[in-house]
Structures are given as structure tokens and as C-alpha cells.
Design a protein around this ligand. Structure first.
Ligand SMILES: [Fe+2]
Ligand SMILES: [Fe+2]
Length: 340
């Protein structure tokens, strides 16, 4: 799992007859991800250009454009982070088949970043908003991690899962027709990237120590908590673009546990955080309180509680922003708008 050391180069064992036959048979599916990347590659300029032409550009009032920009800046910077992680994993993973899958991912993510950047610029806003602070912390953690396990769990199981959920909800709704048209292209590629995590993670987890497994579990709890706070920060923007945060959180958590089940169906791997039924129930009740289902009548105290929690998310976002930002961070008006 170490980075390639020049002293180990070239790795002649990769040409050993027995090794290649046994390994390649076991890793055939992983290698297939690389070939699918090549076969299913699409041209971002063409897909976005044709969608813009078909719909006569982006036809939306300014407040909706701003809401889309705030939410999809998460995707934009998430794509850049995923591009870096894919390239890092192509370097860090040992197996050629896993390296091939990671190389394919880096190729996809470069296209995703460029296409999303072109889409956000086509919104025609004078400035694109900075990244939501909780999301920024998650992406920085994954980028800064030395551990391959943290990178794969963080990016391939957690961040990709958020992106997939958001793509589906926006494509299903009536947010904006150009966006609804381009997102399924992203979604297909992201499913392959989750596949890399699902297929290769069991082998990575076999090799981590108990201490690293505990650290990895704590990291997953932190990411899930930060996703919840970030969603609370942006809840009004989600409503503005017709995405129900209740459905987003509920579906996202379900997908997360589904994907963990595919990595480790028998609950034997250390390092994956699987809440007990009591904690899972508490988690879903918390989601129900913070993000009431669309159309549900809520009492005054409940609405007041959400406002208080929203204020806490805002205050924590300020703290996170102040402590660790060396970039522009969220401006006061943007934060007020997002957390009001
Ligand atoms: Fe992507
Ligand atoms: Fe991805």
C-alpha cells in the first residue's frame, strides 16, 4: 500500500506467470472498469453545448441561479478533489488492475470538473460563491489523508454517494432542464467510481491495523455529521431548486449503508462504521426532525428548533471558516442567506 519506491522498480513479479494468471482472474472486474471508462467516455463540450442550444440557454430567475451555484459548487470542487484522488490512487495502489481503474477515474473526473465549471459559468453570475465550509473540510480531510483507506472510504463511498444522490434528485425534479440533461452522464461515471471502492476496499481493509480501523470509523462519523450540518446550511437553497433535503438525507444514508453492505456483506471488515439498530434509528429520527418531509405540517416549536439548529450550523460554519480557511471562505451575506 506504500507509494512506489524507486528501489522497488521495476516490479518484475508482475510478469511472473502464476502471479498474473491468479491475480488477473481475481481482478478482472476491476480491470473492466478501466475498459468501460474508455468505451463509455462522452464529450463534455458536446453534451453541454447541445443541451444549452436545445433549451435556449439557462432560463432561470437570479435567486434560483444563485441557489444552483451554491449547491453545485460542492460538485465542482468535489470533482476536482476526486480528480486528484483518482490520480493519487493510480500512483499509490499496488495492483495494476486497481491502478487502471483509478486512472480511468482520473480521466472521468477531469471531464466532470471541466463540464461542471462550464455549466456554472454559463449561469452568468458575476461571482461564483465559495464552497460550503463543512463540505470544504471533508474534501480537505480526504485530500490531506496519508491513508489509502481514508481516501477510498472518504471519496469512493461517502463523497461519491452524496454526488450520486444529488444527481438523481436534481435529474428527477424540475430544477433546470440543461442540468437535468447533463447529470445522468455524470451519474453513470460515478457509479463506476463507487465500483472501484466496493471492489478494492476489502483488500485494503484487510491490511489496516486496529488503531487505523478506529480512526477510519471516527472519520466516517465526522463526515456524516458534517454532511448533515452542510445540508442544514444549504436547506433553503435545496428547497429553492425543488430538491427535498429530507429525501436527500434519507436516500443518501440508505445508499451509504447499501454500499457498505456490498463491501462487507457479513459485517466482518474492520474500519467500516455500521451503526447499531438503536443508533440507526436515532439517526433517522434526527433527520426527520432537522429535515421534515416535504408537505408535512410542523408545529411552532419544531420550526423554532430547526431555526436554532440552523443558527448553530451557521455559527459552527463561521468557526470552521475562521480556523482553517486560507481562501476567501463564505462571505457574510452568503452565509446569512444560506442559514437564514
Ligand atoms: Fe465525478
Ligand atoms: Fe467520481
Amino acid at each position: 500500500m506504500a507509494r512506489f519506491r524507486p528501489a522497488d522498480f521495476p516490479p518484475y513479479h508482475l510478469l511472473d506467470g502464476d502471479y498474473t494468471a491468479a491475480e488477473r482472474e481475481a481482478k478482472r472486474k476491476l480491470e473492466r472498469l478501466y475498459h468501460h471508462t474508455r468505451d463509455k467516455a462522452w464529450d463534455g463540450r458536446e453534451v453541454l453545448g447541445e443541451a444549452l442550444e436545445r433549451h435556449g440557454g439557462i432560463q432561470l430567475p437570479d435567486h434560483k441561479r444563485e441557489a444552483i451555484a451554491r449547491i453545485f459548487s460542492i460538485i465542482l470542487w468535489g470533482e476536482l478533489a476526486a480528480w486528484h484522488i483518482g490520480a493519487e490512487l493510480a500512483h499509490m495502489l499496488d495492483d495494476p488492475e486497481a491502478k487502471m481503474a483509478a486512472t480511468g477515474q482520473a480521466f472521468d473526473e477531469a471531464r466532470h470538473f471541466a463540464t461542471m465549471r462550464d455549466y456554472l459559468l454559463a449561469l452568468g453570475l458575476p461571482n461564483l460563491p465559495p464552497l460550503e465550509p463543512f463540505t470544504r473540510e471533508i474534501l480537505r480531510d480526504v485530500l490531506e489523508a496519508e491513508s489509502v483507506a481514508v481516501k477510498v472510504v472518504g471519496m469512493h463511498l461517502l463523497v461519491e454517494n452524496v454526488a450520486l444522490t444529488l444527481f438523481q434528485l436534481v435529474a428527477e425534479g424540475e430544477t433546470e432542464p440543461v442540468l437535468s440533461e447533463i447529470l445522468p452522464f455524470f451519474e453513470r461515471d460515478e457509479a463506476r467510481h463507487v465500483g472501484l471502492g466496493v471492489m478494492h476496499l476489502p483488500e485494503i481493509l484487510k491490511k489496516i491495523s486496529w488503531l487505523d480501523a478506529l480512526r477510519l470509523q471516527a472519520f466516517q462519523v465526522k463526515v456524516t455529521t458534517f454532511i448533515t450540518w452542510g445540508t442544514l446550511n444549504l436547506r433553503k437553497d435545496f428547497h429553492r431548486i425543488g430538491v427535498d433535503p429530507h429525501e436527500g438525507m434519507t436516500r443518501g444514508l440508505r445508499y451509504q449503508q447499501d454500499v457498505y453492505g456490498r463491501v462487507d456483506p457479513e459485517h466482518k471488515s474492520r474500519g467500516l462504521y455500521r451503526p447499531s439498530s438503536f443508533l440507526a434509528d436515532l439517526q433517522s429520527k434526527t433527520v426527520g426532525v432537522l429535515f421534515p418531509p416535504k408537505g408535512e405540517e410542523i408545529s411552532k416549536w419544531h420550526s423554532g428548533l430547526i431555526s436554532v439548529m440552523g443558527g448553530m450550523a451557521k455559527a459552527t460554519a463561521f468557526a470552521v471558516n475562521r480556523v482553517s480557511s486560507d481562501g476567501p471562505g463564505l462571505s457574510e451575506p452568503v452565509l446569512e442567506e444560506a442559514a437564514a
